[in-house]
Design a protein around this ligand. Structure first.
Ligand code: PLP
Length: 374
């Protein structure tokens, strides 16, 4: 059987990873400034992560959600503590898209409405509901097309209000920071205004923190910079550090109704072991603060280069927008200097390194990038 060839891939086979470094089959060492799409939080193969998963595997890997799973309770408590959302409930699943599906369904169950307001440039995943609120037409098949979703420009309060006024909307879904869209950060008071409008017109506010969450922005969730409390928050990526762990954080305003949500694999014992290790290490190694510190360091270092058209970022979620396509720079960074980076559209390099990246590693990146520009 062949693999279904839908990914554009680099001709590199990685066989080992440790901390912020990756190693290929020929023994070459790479610096990870991408974290595999913002997934690596506490660092590759962190000893505590490996030990927790190994220990859990010795005990048991999985049983269905029809029995008590103490590991889920422990994970939920730790996630509540680390995020400050101790009064919210957690529904566990396997991916960011699934977390968003559950959020959209919960909002619709509660309001008994169908329509969702989403934002231009948004990415929320590939499954039917998630791709319907994603503003990238080529990711949607005719089957995914729906009249239930309206897209408005990010930061346009007037257009948001014009739509929500109709009171036809079940939910508004927004990324903390748009990731795939090129690290687009909501303006100062936009999230605050959005939260007030949702309350005023009875729409559920869903904050997709799949990419911008887990401390990446320098706060546990990006929206915490604006002091709002969304009705629902979705998480994935960093909270499992590479193990598929995702979840929907649900405000106390929602009554759970048996059978309305469900999953076979979500919240498996093994997934919880991964999530618990990540939450512990995030606290023990102060990784939210490190994301803020090294993020500031990178932004300061990169702001010295006038060749960059625009530099955007918060914490370790950074876009370097160039005036021309970046494919050649990224190819050189990878093959000549052994640094993995990400991209957004043609002209943007996306930096999403593990949250444990050091200032020395950041300085190394800045020095190499400087060489690329001369
Ligand atoms: C903001 C956001 N939401 C949702 C997703 C989808 O997550 P997953 O690929 O785990 O389904 C992503 C993935 O990149 C994302 O960046």
């Amino acid at each position: 059987m062949n693999l279904f060839d839908v990914y554009s891939i680099w001709n590199i086979e990685l066989v080992k990873a440790k901390g912020c470094c990756l190693y290929d089959a020929d023994g070459n060492k790479y610096l990870d400034f991408y974290g595999g799409h913002a997934v690596i939080s506490i660092g590759h193969s962190h000893p505590k992560f490996v030990k927790n998963i190994e220990q859990q595997l010795e005990e048991m890997a999985f049983f269905t959600n029809s029995v008590i799973n103490r590991q889920q309770q422990i994970f939920a408590r730790k996630l509540g503590d680390i995020s400050g959302y101790t009064d919210y409930s957690l529904f566990m699943c396997n991916s960011g898209a699934e977390a968003n599906e559950n959020a959209l369904k919960l909002a619709s169950f509660k309001t008994q409405k169908k329509k969702v307001l989403a934002f231009k440039g948004a990415f929320h995943g590939r499954t039917s509901g998630a791709v319907a609120v994603t503003d990238i037409p080529q990711y949607s098949s005719p089957y995914n097309l729906t009249d239930n979703v309206t897209f408005v420009p990010l930061n346009d309060v007037e257009q948001v209000e014009r739509e929500l006024k109709s009171k036809e909307y079940s939910a508004v879904i927004i990324e903390g920071i748009q990731g795939v869209g090129g690290i687009r950060i909501p303006d100062g008071d936009f999230l605050k205004n959005l939260s007030s409008l949702c309350k005023m017109y009875g729409a559920i506010l869903i904050l997709d923190e799949v990419q911008s969450g887990c401390g990446r922005s320098g706060k546990y969730f990006y929206h915490q910079y604006s002091g709002i409390k969304p009705d629902i928050i979705t998480v994935a990526k960093g909270i499992g550090n590479g193990f598929p762990v995702a979840g929907t954080l649900i405000s106390p305003e929602f009554e759970p109704v048996k059978g309305t949500l469900g999953t076979t694999f979500g919240g498996a014992h093994l997934a919880c072991a991964a999530g618990i290790a990540v939450a512990d290490v995030m606290v023990e190694e102060n990784l939210v603060a490190n994301a803020e510190k090294v993020g500031d360091f990178l932004m300061k270092g990169l702001s010295a280069f006038p060749q960059i058209k625009e530099l955007r970022g918060k914490g370790l979620m950074i876009a370097i927008e160039m005036p021309e396509p970046v494919s050649e720079i990224r190819r050189k960074l990878l093959f000549d200097h052994k640094i993995f980076t990400g991209a957004s559209s043609t002209n943007i390099i996306r930096l999403l390194p593990p949250l444990c990246i050091s200032e020395n590693e950041a300085q190394y990146f800045i020095d190499v990038f400087k060489k690329m520009l001369i």
